[in-house]
Design a protein around this ligand. Structure first.
Ligand SMILES: Cc1cc2nc3c(=O)[nH]c(=O)nc-3n(C[C@H](O)[C@H](O)[C@H](O)COP(=O)(O)OP(=O)(O)OC[C@H]3O[C@@H](n4cnc5c(N)ncnc54)[C@H](O)[C@@H]3O)c2cc1C
Length: 495
């Protein structure tokens, strides 16, 4: 019998993982990627012999038997992946009001470490962490247990903001700030971001945190190999320019404005604004308008740093620095003078257990409006004023980081920069946003992106369907693949 054909648009984590699962389940899968390099945010780039990750810098829950480990094994990625654990006594360091706070791995060490800073908060910390566990367990997709989901818990914390739940648990103001000090990981916004997002991120990284030795592109290359092993194909430099529909059914896609590829199903790993544009007419104007006006997570300005040989000791943790005293919230609302209000600084792990760092990255929020005037230009050809803009921003950011990491500049051999425009070019994410559509408790289900579309055989995958990040995207993949398989089958396969 002829295999049913699935075309997947985009080779980000969402597209490739969907392709692996469907190829393993007997579908004939073809992935089209517009860029020369596959992977989307899994891509790395090289300057000389310095290698840089662009969007996936550390993973959680990947120790044997943990949630991500199970999924990565099923995707046949784990065997190709070398991980190097971040420091379990402090995988995150939050630098706020002149004090450094460590997040330790695992529940008890985390609470004990926090109690060193906040000795009277043990009871509340226990309550906080138990709530995180309860929320994660209530989601069968995060716990990978196919049982009746606890819908009440699942829904409640999707519609309560991070800060309001913390306000209910803690009375000490400082601990509430510290516990969300790693918020650039999920671009949290006060009164908007659901507590469930915070809970999933905290649980995921607290179980175990590690870097990908050699770079995140190894995940993309591994999945491509597996797709091909099961008879699928992955084509780079192949931009899908139309999803062809007859009535409310797709017959296939057009690639690079020229060739038609027929298929039984189409799955889009793109930002939903791009997907509705490719589908065209069958999407109702009201739905298109809703998708196009959803709030986006902020964009990011990045400095990719190459260090002079053996000068910068390898930092086996992530460093979050705040350049203001009052609160860790609202850094995305910076003014031109106050920027950067916070930053995230990390080292890449090119070899296992490195003594010195060879490369690293510094990230700070940047709104699209700052670079909008250069939209329509392309990487490498945006003109002198754009280069000057980036240089000024880089110097300001380095100056801010240097205050908290003295001696940084002396160790830098070269640096390179990117802006939200770079992400827009390389991934197509709307406004170059870091994590796609922003979740907002006030908008309720209106900011949730369905994995189905009005066209019966076109589905969506990727960070906008469920959540961003390694686990968020893979959970979305399970939801999307369940349409073509069944949810129970998916659980059986993964477990
Ligand atoms: C700066 C940064 C740091 C991050 N750090 C981490 C981290 O440490 N840990 C973590 O878990 N997550 C991290 N994330 C989040 C994570 O990288 C993303 O959530 C995830 O990789 C997104 O995958 P995706 O498949 O949804 O989309 P993408 O990676 O954006 O992939 C979409 C793909 O579709 C392609 N495409 C677009 N249009 C077309 C078209 N018309 N035809 C064909 N192809 C097309 C794009 O070129 C792209 O390759 C980070 C993200 C950023 C931006």
């Amino acid at each position: 019998m002829e295999k049913r054909k699935v075309i997947i648009i985009g080779s980000g984590l969402g597209g490739l993982s969907t392709a692996v699962i469907l190829a393993k389940s007997g579908f004939k899968v073809t992935v089209f990627e517009k860029e020369k390099q596959i992977g989307g945010c899994l891509q790395c780039f090289k300057r000389g012999n310095a290698k840089f990750e662009t969007g996936m810098h550390f993973l959680g829950s990947a120790k044997e038997g943990q949630t991500l480990d199970k999924i990565l094994n099923f995707l046949e990625v784990k065997k190709d992946l070398k991980l190097f654990g971040l420091d379990p006594t402090g995988y995150e360091i939050i630098s706020f009001r002149g004090q450094k706070y460590k997040f330790a791995s695992q529940k008890e060490p985390f609470i004990n470490q926090m109690c060193e800073y906040f000795p009277s908060e043990r009871y509340n910390l226990e309550k906080y962490f138990s709530l995180i566990e309860e929320i994660t367990q209530a989601s069968p997709l995060h716990s990978l247990q196919y049982s009746g989901p606890d819908i009440q818990t699942n829904m409640k914390y999707r519609f309560e903001s991070v800060n309001s739940v913390l306000d209910n648990i803690f009375s000490d103001d400082l601990i509430k700030e510290v516990l969300v000090g790693n918020m650039p990981l999920y671009a949290a916004q006060k009164d908007k971001t659901p507590f469930s997002t915070h809970a999933y991120v905290m649980n995921f990284y607290n179980a175990d945190s590690s870097r990908i030795v050699g770079g995140s592109d190894s995940i993309a290359f591994s999945m491509k190999k597996t797709i091909e092993k099961y008879g699928g194909e992955v084509f780079a430099s192949s931009s899908v320019t139309d999803i062809v529909c007859q009535d409310l059914k797709s017959t296939g896609v057009i690639v690079n404005d020229s060739e038609f590829y027929p298929s039984d199903y189409v799955i889009s790993d793109l930002h939903p604004a791009s997907t509705v544009k490719l589908i065209g007419k069958p999407i109702r104007p009201a739905f298109r308008n809703r998708i196009n006006t959803l709030p986006q997570t902020p964009g990011v300005f990045s400095i990719y740093v190459e260090f002079k040989g053996n000068t910068m000791p390898y930092m086996n943790y992530n460093f979050y620095g705040y350049n203001k005293e009052n609160t860790v919230w609202d850094c995305e609302k910076y003014t031109l003078n106050s920027w950067p209000e916070c930053f995230l600084y990390m080292h890449f792990c090119q070899i296992e257990n490195p003594k010195y760092a060879h490369t690293g990255v510094i990230l700070a929020y940047m709104r699209f409006s700052e670079v909008e005037k250069w939209s329509g230009t392309h990487v490498g050809n945006r003109g002198k004023d754009y280069e000057n803009f980036k240089k000024l921003k880089a110097e300001k950011l380095l100056e801010t980081v240097e205050k908290q990491v003295p001696g940084l500049r002396n160790c830098i051999k070269n640096y390179y920069t990117s802006t939200p425009l770079t992400y827009l070019d390389y991934t197509g994410t709307k406004d170059g946003s870091m994590y796609g559509v922003a979740k907002d408790v006030n908008l309720g289900p209106a900011c949730r992106i369905p994995h189905r579309t009005r066209v019966s055989n076109v589905f969506q995958a990727g960070q906008n369907v469920n959540a961003h990040g390694m686990l968020g995207v893979l959970v979305g993949t399970v939801i999307t693949c369940s349409e073509l398989l069944t949810p129970r089958k998916m659980f059986e396969l993964i477990n």
